[in-house]
Design a protein around this ligand. Sequence first.
Ligand code: MG
Length: 168
Amino acid sequence: MSDHDPSAISEAPRIGLGTDLHRLEAGRPCILGGVHFEDCEVGPAGHSDGDAVLHAICDAMLGAAGLDDLGTLFPDSSQANRDRSSREFLAEATRAVEAKRLRLASLDIVVQCDRPKLAPRRAELREVLASLLGLPVDRVNIKGKTFERTAQREVVAVQAVALLVPRR
Ligand code: MG
């Protein structure tokens, strides 16, 4: 077996990293991780609903599967993607991953923003994401961090790592 024998690694898990950054603007609905933060006065600006958490998850999954990224699959130049729910992007990314005979096994996410505060709704976020992704809750983690008000503009920044395993 040579080091370049593809069968030697075909069953190995695959890891992917996804990041996203959106400006937070007044008057936009604040939807992050599929959860609506009704009391937040700012929300992520974007061509779709701006859900930076779901966008980062998509890119982590697509990256692990060796596929094109979200911006390539769903260009913001397309009118069809305007104000689209990012839940639809996540469903498409899941289908693309499954078509490669892979499935998501675990996910870890860091969300950085000064508002909204994620901690009070962290359990709900984990449950919503687990349900959207068809995973047990303990396979999905999400943590909030602030910028300590050091950011020049108000933004939400997300990092996600996804582990994919071969689908049996
Ligand atoms: Mg985005």
